[in-house]
Structures are given as structure tokens and as C-alpha cells.
Design a protein around this ligand. Sequence first.
Ligand code: NAD
Length: 262
Amino acid sequence: MLNLSGKKALITGVANKRSIAWAIAQAMHEAGCELAFTYQTERLEAGVRKLGDSLGVAHYYELDVTNEAHFTRLAKGLEGDLGSLDYALHSIAFANKEAFDNPFHEISETDFLQAHQISAYSLIPLCRSLRHLLGQGDGGSVLAMTYFGAEKVVPMYSLMGVAKASLEVTARYLANDLGPDGIRVNCLSAGPVRTLAAAGIPGFRELMRKSEHVMPLRRHITTEEVAHAAAFLLANTGITGEVTHVDAGFNILAAEGQGATD
Ligand code: NAD
């Protein structure tokens, strides 16, 4: 069993109890890690606090990644409240729902840029603002959540697939950039999980139904499986710049099996 006692982690991306970030927070807490949470908006704050309080989370910060000032406030807050940080989870994504209604070549500049700003670029200011906190002691690590649509065309994933590809490459460049400071940056590519973000992708339920019988494990992953892998990836000191799949083996299939997603 992973022992994270004495470690401190920032968890972004908790919206509700279905959030992957919430499952990861629980796994980190079980391993003894002290946690701080961010919430995207005041509207979400009470719900996020209710969940966090049940794990003894003492520090909460507003973080809308489109607001540069929030990153500055977050870093100052963490500096005062925790002094240093061992781990940071990036579990944030957004794309305009209407962008999925049209063929990919119809995607507007506005929707493209917004999806990339929130889902991919945000990893950079997160690392930049936390760098001095993560680089202390024996170094720290950052983990970002991604999906297989970054690697191969999953038609319904559309714009988000391109944003996730950008996120994965961004993580690799950050890994190289921050490695000398002892900071690791990795991605976890999770199989489909029913969450609020997933509900914004038309055809998601259908994808889960159709792909289940072709998965090597013949079932979908659980959020707990993702959470335990995330905690491991955050803690392991030898892995950086990697994309690790926790997807019941879906990514190893040749096109015929993956055709279940058409
Ligand atoms: P979720 O809706 O619970 O989490 C998405 C989070 O993004 C929310 O907490 C939301 O507040 C946050 N967010 C959106 N816009 C933001 C902004 N401007 N500033 C700050 N935060 C913002 O859904 P989830 O499925 O848990 O998603 C978490 C991550 O996991 C995402 O990166 C998602 O792409 C990824 N992922 C999800 C699945 C899946 O099947 N659900 C699979 C692979 C990867």
C-alpha cells in the first residue's frame, strides 16, 4: 500500500462526487497525503467544500484557469498555507458542447482556442505558478488527465481529441523543462467514466456500450482503478514525460476492435 504520509497535494478538477479528481483525492487521502482543493466557480464551491471537508481538507482556492490572477492567488495561498507542495493534479477540461454537433472541419476558431486554453494550455500556468513550491526537497510531480482520442481518431471526441493531444505534448515539454528542478510531469490516459465532463460529449454512452465487449478485460475501468494509478504516478520518482493508459487495455487494439467507437 502506498504511503504518502507527510506529503502535500493540490487537487484541481473536483466538481462533484463523480469527478475523477474526487476519486483520486480519496486515494491520496487513504495513503495519508494532506490535500488542498481548488474549485472552478463560486457556484461549485459549497459542493467541493462539502466533499473536501469529509477528508479533512483545510485549504480551498478558487481557480478558473482562464483567469491568470487566480494562478497568482493560488500560489500565494499555498505558499502561506502549506509552504511547499509535493504533488499537483490537473483534472480539467472543457469544450463548447455545440462544437460537437458539427463535422470536425466546421469547428470555429473560438471553440478551438477555448478548448485548448482550458484543457491544454492551463497545464503550463499551473506548473509555472507552482514550480517554486514543487521544486523543494526531493522534487515534486504533476499529473494531467487525458484520453485515447489524443492518439487516434475517436470521431465523437472531435475537438477534445486535438486538445488532449496538445495536453500530452505539453506535458512532455514541461517534463523536459522542469526535470532539472526535480519536477516530473506525466499524463494518465483513462478509459471512459461517466462524469459531468463526459456527459458533454454526445455519443459517450453509446461509446461505453459498444466498446465494452471488445475491451481486452471485457469491462470498463473503475474510477478507483484510475485513482490508485494516479496516486502511484504522482508518487513514483522515476517516471516523467509518460502517458500511462488505465483503460482496460483498449489502446492496444487494432482498428477493428476500436471500430466499436464509430
Ligand atoms: P468533471 O466534469 O467531474 O471534471 C472536469 C473539471 O474541469 C470540473 O471540475 C470543472 O470544474 C473543471 N473545469 C472546467 N473548466 C474549467 C476552468 N475554466 N477552470 C478550472 N476548472 C475548469 O469530469 P471528469 O471526467 O472527472 O474530468 C476530469 C478530467 O479527466 C478531464 O481532463 C477529462 O478530460 C479527463 N478524462 C475524463 C474521462 C471520462 O471518461 N470521464 C476519460 C479520460 C480523461
